[in-house]
Design a protein around this ligand. Sequence first.
Ligand code: PLP
Length: 385
Amino acid sequence: MLKGKFPTDKFKSLATPFYYYNIELLRETLNVIKAEAAKYNYHIHYAVKANANPRILSEIARSGLGADCVSGGEIQAAINAGFRPGAIVFAGVGKADWEIELGLDSDISCFNVESTAELEVICLTAAAKGKTAPVALRINPDIDPHTHAKITTGMKENKFGISQKQLGATLDRLAGMRNVRLTGIHFHLGSQITDLFSFQSLAIRASEIQDEFDRRGIFLENINFGGGLGIDYYHPNHLPVAAFENYFAAVGRLLRPRTGQQIHFEPGRSVVGQCGTLISKVLYVKEGDTKRFAVLDAGFTELIRPAMYDAYHRIENITSEGETGLYDVVGPICESSDVFGRDVELNLVRRGDLLALRSAGAYGEIMASQYNCRRLPASYFSDTI
Ligand SMILES: *Cc1c(COP(=O)(O)O)cnc(C)c1O
């Protein structure tokens, strides 16, 4: 089996489970993003929620990307990591008062607003501070991105955004508000989208909506297409950098920015997904009646995606060349959903072997929990290990 290259000897002296990040791959990915975005003069904000490990964040900040945050904690983490507040946008359907205050006090570049109720609170809070809040309206485009239901956000039954039906009324309200300034519109379809046709549909929808703003005499300084580009979980060695060229082209071919208009994207998963790996030790090989289990010291407390989203992660035994067999790879958590994969083909597994759960850089470490009173996982980096 073709495996990823890992410093296995160094791993053997470390307590497991832990996250291992390939910094060279992260930098290569960032270089591709910047080069492809530059062709269209697109502005990129990294979606912090995919991975907020301080080292990863500071690498991304250093590369010059902005940050897309969905909480006050993320705004704080982004600023601590070196992102300029002027390059931070703030989305989220439930912004708390203190989070809005933090955004205003930090002078972030934009609040992506999801309802008229929120707009009013932002306006009042800004007024109390003698400020004007820059806002973009998050519009729910009602487009099916053909991904898992739990990571679909841009359909009308989802809680996110303002519907096109309510847009007119929202704009009427906005016109009377003194302490908010409309700077653009925002969309986000969902996550792990590999069907680029969805992004084309979004570009077409955005053009139509832009025409509506034209009719009202409103110029949109910013159009933000959100994130969602998927990665190849099945072949992490084959194409480790996501299809940014095709992704930007999907929008670029259909939407010509107006003079003075900025186009934004907010990729998360596609930036960090492939550079992270969860390394876990085999505690036991358990022979069941019909199944053979490899019981790991990592569980859904370290990587919840298989349990929560039925997600696939490629699993490799990086300390064995033995003949391959089929194993159900499971964790130690007292829940039947604590399964990383069923009938996984692995090189002969023995107690003490190290297994690599690939493509775990996004929505992995950041979603770790202490359920069962477990410790949060450590993290190591290819250039400092
Ligand atoms: C989650 C999210 C993103 C990032 O999505 P990915 O699928 O990780 O690229 C971008 N924008 C918003 C508003 C989000 O909620």
